[in-house]
Design a binder for this molecule. Structure first.
Ligand code: WT7
Length: 649
């Protein structure tokens, strides 16, 4: 019999969820499928504070997406921060909104809803005084400090569009994002702190903006108080921006489809694209999914240990939990600092009831043995979540048995930057789990498995994962390039959103995500495009050509495998590998690194010059036995050389 885990009694008992059991799930799922517009209008009216409640559901469709974005709740008006802050003041003013754990264990700050509201208002007032206007783009390049959340919310307060750039990205990447979004404002900090190391955030911003003239002000929060050069007329300290400002600043009311934020993410080709999320639909979807997946209760402490630089931080550190009036943890450090017990040490001290992390961290910690976990009291935990990549059954069982002591339900949540929120996942008090399966779709989400030639697979099957029906939280477009949005997601299968993932569905209708089927590599839950790696590698003078693919990595999920053709006369070896990884760090960021290099005399190309990536993937995966048809290659001989010289960890 398959490995099925019923919901532990402790998780089921006392659930306040609108979906407390499987029968209700089926009912609500069917209702949402029969009348999506009615369903979501009802959800948003119940959960979101609208200035002008919407009467419209959906406009547009996937079939007509080339003509323009879909809309949800288009005649409604609101400001997202009213749902996240103002409306909680009467009932939850003294409840902790943000519970911050700094890089050093036990370095905590607590901001109540009243304090967070006041701080957001002060920064909004300060930004307003500087000239930030509705619709302006604001780049936020910060570490995991409460001020990063404050900055996001202050932008939203003004109707300005934030674009958070993960603090590991390089100056080059920051510059690309400033240019693409035409941002006029940057909010950063002197230095970041992660695992005892200092990250020179302000210095990177200075480098990124060198020679750029579009940015009017750089606002600098002081985290470490190190001396940073301040550019006359451009740079101002955060403290000076908020000083003397009023603790109440009126929210700018915007139409539902006003953009809330842009978040850049990597795809198969070209530079990262600016995924656009709008206000009304997004806030509705993150509030709803956060409650029903995690079974949020009033006195829960919700600890999502992601970074606000990724969508997980946007949706489930900031917007979802705050819209639901929850206490949300912000974690500045890393799971291995000062030792691999850090998460559980924090759990013992802060007593979160829900913990949400990445499989890659769990695999790394499991490899260190159980004593780091068992040392600490984890009795507060009720729900354990994972996100970002497929979780292998071994890591799942370790999470369930060792971390959760069999008392907690595991929610393996599948979603993407583009989906805005969780789409396929167990609902904590409802769904029996199977290790390695993201289980079932949320109400309103209709997954479809396609064959490569566009036939819908029914029943137990394997295929390309598409979503058939629009939902409010999904991305509307790519910033400045709607055509790219259409061609990336809607051209493979007419009328369907194509996720880029493959999946299997078992006889119980459970989904098992198998990973990306495109040229996106998911390293330690960080999404990177092979094209970005390749252009970094060929920026090195000694490199003639390069092709990158993913390969299975025991800790990181996937690693990066690079096939490199050197210029004539250049010696392969470590010095050139160092140069190439230096280029990845400079052009992409600190988290971008090639794990395995293979030097080859040429790449396998078709006669029309297209690199046959399928062959490269198979060899990198250590499975060169079945390479398929290679007769169309210009030089089939190169395949033997590649197979013979294959590298492994
Ligand atoms: C890609 C999206 C979702 C927020 C963090 C990542 C992979 C995500 C799972 C999961 C298997 C998963 C997919 C997806 N992924 N969650 N539970 N099981 N795969 O967001 O950077 O946009 O990456 O992450 O491949 O397409 P992202």
């Amino acid at each position: 019999m398959a490995d099925i885990h019923p919901v532990p009694e402790r998780v089921r008992a006392g659930s306040p969820s609108p979906i407390p059991d499987m029968d209700r799930y089926r009912e609500i799922y069917a209702a949402a499928q029969n009348d999506p517009e009615g369903f979501w209008l009802e959800v948003t009216r119940q959960r979101i504070a609208w200035d002008k409640p919407p009467t419209m559901g959906l406009t547009g469709s996937y079939h007509e997406i080339a003509q323009g974005p879909i809309t949800w709740f288009a005649d409604g008006e609101l400001n997202a921060t009213v749902s996240c802050l103002d409306r909680h003041l009467a009932t939850r003013g003294d409840k902790v909104a943000i519970l911050w754990e700094g890089d050093e264990p036990g370095d905590n700050r607590r901001l109540t809803y009243r304090e967070l509201h006041a701080e957001v208002c002060r920064l909004a007032a300060g930004l307003d005084a500087l000239g930030v206007q509705k619709g302006d783009r604001v780049i936020i390049y910060m570490g995991m400090v409460p001020e990063a959340a404050v900055a996001m919310l202050a932008c939203a307060r003004l109707g300005a569009i934030h674009s958070v750039v993960f603090g590991g990205f390089s100056a080059e990447s920051v510059r690309d994002r400033v240019r693409d979004s035409l941002a006029e404002w940057v909010i950063t900090q002197d230095e970041g702190l992660r695992g005892g190391r200092k990250i020179p955030l302000k210095a990177v911003v200075d480098q990124a903006l060198d020679g750029e003239h579009g940015v009017k002000k750089v606002i600098v929060h002081q985290r470490t108080h190190v001396d940073v050069p301040m550019k006359e007329g451009r740079d101002v300290f955060y403290q000076d921006v908020v000083a003397g400002r009023d603790a109440a600043h009126p929210p700018t009311i915007v139409p539902a489809e006003h953009p809330l934020y842009i978040l850049y993410t990597s795809g198969s080709t070209g530079k990262p694209k600016g995924v656009v999320h709008t206000t009304g639909g997004y806030i509705t979807y993150v509030a709803y999914s956060h409650q029903v997946v995690f079974d949020l209760r009033e006195d829960d402490v919700f600890a999502c240990v992601a970074d606000v630089g990724w969508v997980t931080g946007h949706s489930y550190i900031v917007y979802g939990p705050l819209a639901n009036g929850a206490t949300t943890v912000m974690f500045e450090s890393v799971p291995t600092y000062p030792d691999p017990g850090r998460y559980w040490d924090m759990v013992q001290r802060l007593r979160p009831t829900i913990f949400y992390g990445a499989p890659t961290a769990l695999r790394a910690l499991a490899a260190q043995g159980d004593t780091y976990v068992k040392k600490y009291d984890r009795s507060s935990l009720r729900v354990l979540g994972t996100v970002g990549e497929p979780i292998n059954p071994d890591a799942w069982r370790w999470y369930y048995d060792v971390v959760g002591e069999g008392r907690c339900n595991i929610v393996d949540t599948w979603w993407q930057t583009e989906t805005g929120g969780i789409c396929i996942s167990p609902l904590a008090p409802v769904t029996a789990t199977k290790p390695g399966s993201a289980t079932l779709p949320l109400p309103g989400i209709v997954p479809v498995l396609m064959s490569p030639d566009g036939h819908i697979q029914r029943g137990p099957a394997e295929g390309l994962l598409c979503l058939a029906v629009p939902w409010p939280g999904q991305a509307r477009t790519v910033w400045g390039d709607h055509e790219r949005f259409v061609s990336t997601y809607f051209q493979h299968f007419k009328g369907y959103y194509f996720t880029g993932d493959g999946s299997r569905r078992d006889k119980d209708g459970y989904y098992w995500i198998t990973g990306r089927v495109d040229d996106v590599i998911n390293v330690a839950g960080h999404r990177m495009g092979t094209a970005e790696f390749e252009s970094a590698l060929v920026s090195v003078d000694e490199v003639a050509e390069a092709a990158c693919v993913g390969f299975p990595h025991p800790i990181k999920g996937q690693g990066v495998y690079a096939y490199v053709v050197l210029q004539p006369g250049v010696e392969p070896g470590e010095p050139i590998e160092k140069l190439m990884n230096g280029a990845c760090r400079t052009l992409i960021g600190a988290h971008a690194k090639v794990d395995l290099f293979q030097f080859v005399p040429g790449l396998p190309k078709t006669r029309s010059g297209k690199v046959m990536r399928r062959i490269l993937r198979k060899v990198a995966e250590g499975d060169p036995s079945n390479l398929g048809d290679v007769t169309t290659l210009a030089d089939p001989g190169v395949v033997d050389v590649i197979v013979k010289g294959a590298k492994s960890l």
